[in-house]
Design a protein around this ligand. Sequence first.
Ligand SMILES: [Zn+2]
Length: 321
Amino acid sequence: MPPTRVIGIDAGGTKLLGGVVDEQMVVHHRVHRTWRGADRQETLDIFTGAVEEIRAAAPEVEVIGFGVPALVEWETGISRWSNHLPALDGVPFRDLMSERLGLPVVVDNDGNASMLAEARSGAAAGANHAVMVSLGTGIGGGLLVNGEVYRGATGVGAELGHVVLQLHGPDCPGDCPGQGCFEALVSGNAIGREGLLGAHEHPESQLGLRLAADKEISGGLVTELAHDGDPLAREVLDEVGRRLGHGLVGLVNTFNPEVIVIGGGAVRGGDMLLEPARGVVAERALPPARELVRILPAHYGDEAGMMGAALLAFDQLEAGL
Ligand SMILES: [Zn+2]
């Protein structure tokens, strides 16, 4: 008998990644989509189209798991609100997708899904108390409390990206009414924004030259230049890494986690981003919590959300649908 496989779909603020995942957590067929500017109907069609493409490679699949960048009511599968993908505001996601696809569907917040994957078989394996911080368009947050993913009273926790770090700070990007939120200061996009500021200030730098050549100054470009040894790009990662550390101080003091897992595309910055964060936590968090906590890159990198979505589908299969 072939091994059991499911489909895991991870949706972020600007893109979707999906695949067929087997019980050994091996991905067999990946699809990528983007939805910049797509309306609700188009966004839902992109979800359906991605799943149909994957299903063609794995027709035996019986359950589909989704991680979405939205406040999802765990019991009902209704997506109530989304900061970066307003097309998902007030969408009965689970029932609607199940009807469209003709299969059982399970849906959770993308940060919660990432936390699940890292806790079961990733960087937080063996821990009972852990925090997930995924740096992408914004911040995806997840919490592991007493070995279980914490979802709050109705399932819409734990939005760690909207803890306020700076009272009169910059407006939170997206639809959040807040100012100076963690994700207004730290994210993959924030690395790009800081890089753009640097490029304007230093037109002779590598970043400045890319800007002059009309290249988009993204978090990915800054990280790539930092790996090549560019001093300004490294400075940007150092600054955003220190801000990350200040955000983590509050989480260390509040939750006393054994591990904080940093995921999302920005984790490609590796220790250039994480070492400054560890330094701030060592200086500013309270003892003894700061001595216990380890700050680690996600084992599944920017695929943690997809892996978590697949695990939700496996759980559903095991529970007998
Ligand atoms: Zn916010």
